[in-house]
Design a protein. Structure first.
Lengths: 227, 805
């Protein structure tokens, strides 16, 4: 089992009043699944994704990642873990403006302390796969939104993660570009068996995956397999 | 990783060119001042450290009141010459003891063959042991035997070049004239020594050995004064040694008083005490006999340098934290990609280091550019690249670099690396916008410094203006002072030159004052006064004013017998109606009686930091006279070039072997004012720079603020705010900061300037207007600077700002 959540809760206490974001979330995700998290605005989708990505801590509950208890870990250990296993893709791409395409893709490898020669070959490989060799020396603001998101995904993939967490990856894109991105996700899931977790508003995008988790008011309302 | 960080840093610096320039430029200026200071401090702190042997060399200091500027006892570098022999006898810890003359006057005339004589300063007569105590490096000649025979001269290499054009001068002869009518003695060069690596407290250009320094005066009542240095067998416990010296000295004094029939207890009364001590040579420069040492003197300048550096560092911190919004996303993404906080802190520290390095590089260029001016201004000979302590300097600079990087980079790095990736990546920068309180605090601190400087200038300007226009009590125009004593035949000859009004001598004139203390008994009471020996024409020549009674005149026979004139300070000391009254002076055996015939207005003969001493002027030889090299010439007209030429010609006729040396009273006055003027110029320069730097910082900061509030401004405009209202809104926060800074700096400036003024015997009261003007200037310029930015933000079309979001 890749991910196991037990009774995850998240709330903010303000003047003694608790406002809940997540309540009693219990679920598990297997290696190779492509899960879409759906739900209305403010339902807690992004918070759940952040907790899964270890960017936020749950107020209460247990989170096991590949058999290890995350809630009991110190920060250093946690960074080590997600550095090696998790790739993030954001709605607003979040490329670093001062770095070129190639440098953006290289960044996670630097933190993993991968030797220079291997870094080069991996970057070249990824650029090739995404048909962006010609654009490797451009800066993010010289690319279109779709291209920027491709770089974002390339950056997530280059570290060879076992799971990709995507927060509305197509939210800022036009539909043609969005389809391209979703096809890419599907391909990665099918061919390379990468686990993918995406938060989305769009039913259409959700159908690319093989499982749909619907959240409303912080509670898991539905959990259906898609054939 | 390093390479990537370097790239990002450079791209960021390049992207924000203006702020980078302000940061680096400001830091470079701050560093330049600091490096210059460092050069000076290194120079001063390394006096007498050119040879490890010097650790065992001690200067002997005697406590006495002869030759003191304030007529009080003092630990003096010149001692009675008999102490040399005394130490030789009684202190076995000393291996060699050498006696050497202090440098009096302007120097001796040195003449080679038939060429024109030149005046060389710091030519000292020493006994044969001088170079056994001081291990100077002899380029030519033998250190141990150079002074073993009389009429030997050892010269510095630079002097050899000046006199002969070469340093291969061993065995050549130099005629040395010690005063203007000295026939001179022929001396043989027995050594040429190299200039040591560090400065020396006993500075010489040549050491001569006439043989006179070996002897002490024969008669017990006579004494002769010189410097005494001792080389010990090993480094001594100075405290223990000084106890022994004190005991030896007291016994010596008692024995000598018995011979001179003086009562020991009578001599040492009214706070006078005997004293002899040894000062380790390397401590000599930092513990001068009079006044404060160099470190105390440059304390205000050290403070100025530190403040300047502080201002540039504050700019750095403020701009970096304000800019942090721009970098927030980078931090968030990097954290998500797996960067540790430590790595990010290091990255931002590294960026600060890059800027500091560039600034330091620019500072070295600036130092090279300004060093000649700096040297000229302060009469120094400092160099940077040719500095003999360059390697030590490099370490100091690296340390400074590290310190600046830490100071300027640490806080911004902490702020930046603390960003929470989740909130930043959601696009919520506002919560991530930290450090406003600190930044405001720093802006206030910056302006406190700048405003204090401006007030300082105002008050210093007032004070110097006051001094410049203060009535000196004598007329400093058309007054020439020749460095010569009074010789009747020469005086008669120059008196005949057309345009010369008076020729006279005195022991008390600005530029060369020699105070002789005396105890007088008036109305059965004892008073301490200063005595000055003058000639008939001295007081008219100086142009002093008579308040009561009369001046000296040949018409009164009595004036060459026993009359005196007091200055007002002395008259006030003695009481009312003193003109016509008598007072007594008790000499060792006899009693002399003097009559007071006049009172003159006090006139200034030293810096304004010293009050005019109660002084008695006399022409008579009764009770002893003294003389120094002052020959005053008062001209009739302002155009006196021909008269000066004639005097020079007359001098050359009389004293062909000794070049004339003179100064005009106005020059001497400028010299006295110099230290005050220097400080004033320094403060002026530093405050101008600090104000500009503070404003640049404020300019950049307000630009960031305006940018950050673009959306707020747009919304306010859509809601109906006018451009002016927006500008006012944005200005208000800065205005409050500058006003707070003014409130804080007022008392600080008051305390500082009051302290500075307290160092003057004649001073103004702290005026109010510099405070008001400083406030108006600081508020005005700050408003103008900020408005430039805010106006830009205010007149923008709000639609653009909102569309962008």
């Amino acid at each position: 089992m890749m991910i196991e959540l037990k009774n995850i809760e998240k709330y903010y206490a303000n003047k003694g009043v608790k406002s809940y974001i997540l309540r009693h979330v219990t679920t598990s995700i297997k290696q190779g699944e492509f899960v879409s998290i759906m739900g209305p605005s403010g339902a807690g989708k992004s918070t759940l994704l952040n907790i899964l990505g270890m960017l936020e801590e749950p107020t209460y509950g247990e989170y096991h990642f590949m058999g290890e208890d995350i809630t009991a870990m110190n920060e250093r250990k946690r960074i080590e873990l997600y550095r090696n296993h998790i790739g993030f893709v954001f709605q607003a791409y979040h490329l670093i403006d001062e770095m070129t395409v190639a440098e953006n893709i290289e960044a996670p490898l630097l933190y993993k302390k991968i030797p220079g020669a291997e870094r080069k070959s991996r970057i070249a490989d990824v650029l090739d796969r995404f048909n962006m060799v010609a654009k490797k020396d451009l800066f993010p603001n010289q690319l279109s939104g779709g291209q920027q998101q491709l770089v974002g995904i390339a950056r997530a993939l280059v570290a060879q993660p076992s799971i990709i967490l995507a927060d509305e990856p197509t939210g800022n894109l036009q539909s043609a570009q969005a389809e391209q991105i979703m096809d890419l996700f599907k391909k990665l899931n099918k061919e390379e068996n990468i686990t993918i977790l995406q938060v989305t508003h769009s039913e259409k995008n959700a159908l690319y995956g093989n499982r749909m988790l619907t959240i409303e008011d912080g509670v898991v309302k539905e959990d259906v397999q898609i054939k | 990783m390093f390479k990537l960080n370097l790239k990002i840093a450079l791209r960021n610096l390049f992207k924000n060119k203006v702020y980078t320039a302000i940061n680096i430029g400001g830091l470079a200026i701050g560093l330049t001042a600091f490096v210059l200071l460092l050069l000076f401090v290194n120079h001063e702190a390394n006096y007498d450290k050119w040879n490890p042997e010097l650790d065992k060399v001690y200067q002997i200091r005697e406590r006495h009141d002869f030759f003191t500027p304030d007529n009080k006892q003092n630990w003096q570098e010149v001692n009675e010459s008999r102490i040399g022999a005394l130490l030789q006898q009684k202190i076995p810890q000393f291996k060699y003891i050498t006696k050497v003359d202090n440098s009096w006057g302007d120097g001796f005339a040195l003449k080679v063959d038939h060429s024109d004589p030149i005046i060389v300063s710091n030519v000292n007569d020493a006994d044969s042991l001088f170079f056994k105590v001081f291990p100077y490096h002899f380029i030519y000649g033998d250190r141990m035997t150079a002074l073993s025979r009389p009429n030997a001269i050892v010269i510095k290499q630079s002097i050899a070049h000046r006199l002969f054009g070469t340093d291969k001068v061993l065995g050549k002869q130099i005629r040395v004239m010690m005063w203007r009518s000295d026939k001179g003695s022929l001396m043989t060069v027995t050594g040429v020594v190299a200039e040591p690596e560090t400065a020396q407290s006993h500075e010489f250009n040549a050491i001569i050995h006439s043989g006179d320094r070996e002897k002490d005066p024969e008669h017990v009542d006579n004494s002769n004064y010189c410097k005494i240095y001792a080389l010990a067998h090993e480094v001594l416990d100075t405290l223990a040694m000084n106890k022994i010296l004190q005991q030896v000295y007291v016994d010596f004094k008692k024995a000598s008083f018995v011979k001179r029939k003086i009562n020991y207890n009578d001599f040492y009364k009214n706070g006078k005490t005997p004293g002899l001590k040894a000062v380790q040579l390397k401590m000599v420069h930092s513990s001068p006999s009079y006044g404060s040492n160099w470190l105390t003197q440059i304390k205000p300048i050290i403070a100025l340098c530190i403040f300047l550096l502080l201002i540039s560092i504050i700019n750095f911190v403020n701009l970096a934290t304000a800019q942090s919004v721009q970098r927030a996303k980078e931090v968030g993404v990097k954290k998500v990609l797996g960067a540790y906080k430590k790595q990010l802190v290091l990255q931002f520290m590294f960026e600060a280091a890059i800027q500091s390095i560039i600034a330091l590089f620019m500072a070295t260029i600036l130092v090279e550019m300004f060093l000649p001016t700096f040297n000229h201004h302060f009469g120094l000979e400092l160099s940077f690249w040719y500095n003999k302590q360059l390697s030590a300097m490099v370490w100091q600079l690296l340390g400074l670099l590290l310190l600046i990087t830490l100071l300027s980079g640490f806080y911004p790095a902490m702020v930046l690396s603390r960003y929470n990736p989740v909130s930043v990546l959601k696009g919520n920068y506002e919560t991530g916008f930290r450090g406003i309180a600190l930044r405001n605090g720093l802006v206030v601190l910056q302006f406190v410094i700048a405003v204090t400087f401006i007030i300082g200038i105002g008050i210093m300007y007032q004070q110097t203006n006051y001094l410049r226009h203060k009535d000196l009590g004598y007329d400093k125009s058309r007054l020439m002072n020749i460095r010569s004593n009074y010789e009747e035949s020469f005086v008669q000859r120059i008196k005949r030159i057309p345009g010369v009004k008076y020729v006279a001598t005195t022991t008390q004139v600005m530029g060369n004052t020699f105070n002789v203390p005396e105890e007088i008994i008036y109305d059965h009471q004892e008073f301490n006064v200063n005595t000055v020996t003058v000639t008939m024409e001295t007081l008219p020549a100086l142009g002093v004013r008579v308040l009561k009674g009369r001046m000296f005149s040949p018409a009164y026979k009595q004036d060459t017998v026993n009359t005196v004139i007091l200055n007002q300070a002395a008259a006030n000391l003695l009481g009312k109606n003193v003109v016509g009254k008598m007072y007594d002076v008790r000499d060792s055996k006899k009693k002399h009686t003097f009559q007071i015939v006049g009172i003159i207005k006090d006139y200034h003969n030293e810096g304004f930091d010293k009050a005019v001493l109660p002084t008695v002027y006399k022409v008579t030889r009764l009770g002893g006279t003294s003389s120094t090299n002052n020959l005053l010439v008062r001209f009739e007209h302002d155009k006196n070039e021909t008269a000066v030429k004639a005097i020079e010609a007359e001098w050359k006729k009389s004293y062909p072997d000794f070049p004339i040396k003179y100064a005009f009273a106005e020059e001497s006055f400028e010299k006295e004012m110099q230290s005050t003027n220097r400080l004033m110029q320094m403060v002026l320069l530093f405050s101008a720079i600090s104000v500009v730097l503070s404003l640049l910082g404020l300019f950049a900061l307000s630009a960031f603020m305006a940018k950050r509030r673009t959306k707020e401004i747009a919304i306010r405009k859509i809601l109906g705010a006018s451009d002016l209202q927006i500008v006012n809104m944005l200005n208000r926060s800065f205005l409050i900061l500058v006003l707070i800074a003014n409130l804080i700096s007022w008392p600080i400036a008051y305390i500082f300037t009051n302290n500075w003024l307290a160092g003057f015997a004649y001073r103004i009261n702290v005026p109010i207007w510099p405070f008001v003007i400083a406030t108006i200037i600081s508020v005005g310029i700050a408003l103008l600077t900020v408005s430039l930015q805010t106006r830009k933000a205010a007149v923008n079309n709000p639609v653009d700002a909102l569309k962008y979001e």
